[in-house]
Ligand binder design. Structure first.
Ligand SMILES: Cc1ncc(COP(=O)(O)O)c(C=O)c1O
Length: 363
């Protein structure tokens, strides 16, 4: 019944976790990939006002002009980057789907640093291209040196995600420059997913878009201001690519939600400095709580940490954690290996502390 392109799509890893979790009454939940705060009040007000004012129709496919202006001025200020084109999308997920549909097909290879955000793998498969996993263990950082052996004449695309899900790893400027020159040498297009860039704790923001033209930069408002259900993101990059994506959006998503685009303009103006400070405190709390017991890389951004399981497989360890009322995700959901586990510390401090206690009791 189903098309070939859908045959590799499965959600068995994560489903098993949620099946086990169903049995828990009041779990210590460190599994959720979204902020633990609500959309800030001033942004909710902008959205409500937009709806009440009748701003409820289709918007231009590419997004409303004031959001384009806000995105451009933010990128200019942050990175001195002035993209050819901007497309407002239905979240970063929408942008990812458009991007891959426009760029890859059977016979193409897509470099995915492992561990990875799950959508990269599944959308690559959906487009019938071949995911090529680049091993980044044990420091979980992708470098030009690690990438080079995986490049072939079929390599079309490279995914970067900084700060990363599931590891919270941040790529530094020197590293990005080397990756950019490698990509240039082999004519590889880079998709840089920067959705966690407002949660950056130890260094200034830097983007590979500063060093290489053939880059599609993706960002959105699901994490920085918790608009996960409102579905707004954007893609910027070379004119030809963004124009094709815009055309495909015209025949699929049509446009991002109208009221949410208005709120996104305000979100850029507002920033997320307060939330960043709070999450930095949570990052320190979880890292300090785990570092003496687990082999763990200190995350520089996002709201995840990815410790190594001391002996057993990560899936067995996570099963034991769930038996002890703690919800975490096995690394195999985000990786071709099953040795680590993901914690989301987007949670109240008391929940983080209870999670640390349970994890310590398991080793
Ligand atoms: C790395 C990464 N990219 C993209 C997304 C999807 O974001 P959006 O809600 O904008 O579609 C997520 C959500 O978890 C993510 O972790």
């Amino acid at each position: 019944m189903f098309a070939d392109r859908i045959s590799d799509l499965d959600s068995s890893g994560i489903r098993k976790v949620f099946d086990l979790a169903q049995k828990l009454k009041n779990p210590v939940n460190l599994s959720i990939g979204q902020p633990d705060f609500d959309v800030p009040a001033e942004l909710r007000k902008v959205a409500i006002d937009a709806i009440e004012d009748g701003f409820n129709s289709y918007t231009p496919t590419q997004g409303i002009p004031e959001l384009h202006t806000a995105i451009r001025s933010q990128l200019l200020k942050k990175y001195n980057y002035n993209p050819d084109k901007v497309l407002v999308t239905s979240g970063v997920s929408g942008a990812l789907l458009l991007c891959l549909q426009c760029l890859v097909q059977s016979g193409d290879e897509v470099l995915i640093p492992d561990p990875y955000f799950v959508m990269y793998k599944h959308l690559t498969n959906l487009c019938q291209a071949k995911p090529v996993y680049v091993d980044t263990y044990p420091d979980l950082t992708i470098t030009a040196e690690k990438l080079e052996p995986y490049i072939t004449s079929k390599t079309k695309l490279l995914f970067l995600n900084t700060p990363s899900n599931p590891c919270g790893i941040v790529l530094e400027a020197n590293n990005l420059k080397e990756i950019a020159s490698l990509a240039k040498k082999h004519n590889i297009i880079i998709i840089t997913d920067e959705i966690y860039d407002e949660f950056l704790y130890d260094q200034k923001p830097v983007s590979i878009a500063q060093y290489y033209d053939n880059v599609i930069l993706l960002n959105g408002f699901s994490k920085s201001v918790a608009m996960t259900g409102w579905r707004v993101g954007y893609a910027t990059g070379p004119e030809a690519i963004i124009e094709k994506m815009t055309m495909l959006q015209q025949y699929s998503f049509v446009c991002a939600p109208s009221f949410a685009q208005k709120a996104a303009v305000k979100a850029i103006e507002r920033g997320s400095e307060n939330e960043r400070q709070i999450y930095r405190g949570k990052r320190d709390r979880i890292y300090n709580g785990l570092k003496d017991v687990f082999d763990v890389v200190k995350p520089g951004g996002a709201f995840y940490i990815f410790p190594k399981v001391p002996d057993s497989s990560a899936s067995d360890f996570v099963e034991r954690a769930i038996e002890n009322n703690l919800l975490i995700i096995p690394g195999s959901v985000f990786s071709e290996q099953d040795t680590h586990f993901r914690i989301s510390y987007a949670a109240a401090d008391v929940v983080i502390d209870r999670g640390i206690e349970i994890l310590k009791s398991l080793v």
